[in-house]
Design a protein around this ligand. Sequence first.
Ligand code: 5GP
Ligand code: ZN
Length: 116
Amino acid sequence: MATTPDCLFCKIADGVIPVTRVYENKAVLAFPDINPQAPVHILVIPKQHFASLAHTSSTEAELLNELLLAANKVAQLQHLDNGFRVVINTGPDGGQTVDHLHVHLLGGRQMHWPPG
Ligand code: 5GP
Ligand code: ZN
């Protein structure tokens, strides 16, 4: 069970809100973004609640490792052989809108930089 019952992504992790579970293991879950910004747009979340990347520390080193490994795994499953982008929006200036740590995996088109 994720720990914060009024959190949208905790509800998704707990299965209260159903999603297509693209990939999961004991620690993380990947599912499609409801408002995709690219042909492939998957979110990878820890099943445990952390409000943002800024709310983690070295205690979460293994979990943070799991998130990136899962993003790479999903990129392989989605055949993003030409590359992809991972993004972690953090806090108001980072454009974070859901306060449960998540990694965006974007691919299937050419990404542009800077993001603006
Ligand atoms: P943020 O802006 O916090 O980095 O990203 C939050 C993401 O969550 C957005 O891309 C948004 O489209 C996605 N999102 C918001 N609500 C839901 C939902 O109920 N289901 C899914 N699958 N994605 C959601
Ligand atoms: Zn949560």
